[in-house]
Design a protein. Structure first.
Length: 117
């Protein structure tokens, strides 16, 4: 009996994949809207939504958990100072994925924007 994979691997080893998601999350927090492939955007969404949930509580423990996840104090400062309070009344769904009509320049990858709502 075959079981499905829980997450996409993007043909990368575990550490490289974690660094990719961390880097995308950092960029999204600092820029508030990034363009990436559709698959990476879908993998990034739960990671970032959890970070915003941490930022909503604003406790020291949640700040330390966020630093542990994205390894960037500048991004965590923006997350807790700007983005967390913005979604204080919202129960979830902090990001939106919008598909782009323009495809990748040399292959058939599907591109998308991921942005905060």
């Amino acid at each position: 009996m075959a079981f499905t994979k829980k997450a996409q691997t993007f043909h990368r080893e575990t550490g490289q994949r974690a660094a990719l998601i961390r880097s995308l999350a950092r960029s999204l927090v600092l820029e508030e809207r990034i363009s990436t492939t559709e698959a990476k955007a879908k993998a990034l969404r739960p990671f970032v939504e959890r970070l915003v949930t941490y930022a909503k509580s604003g406790t020291l423990a949640s700040r330390r958990l966020a630093i542990k996840r994205i390894h960037d104090k500048e991004a965590v400062a923006k997350l807790f100072g700007t983005i967390g309070p913005r979604y204080a009344d919202r129960k979830g769904g902090y990001t939106r994925i919008t598909k782009r009509t323009l495809r990748g320049s040399n292959d058939a990858r599907k591109l998308a924007y991921i942005a905060f709502v």
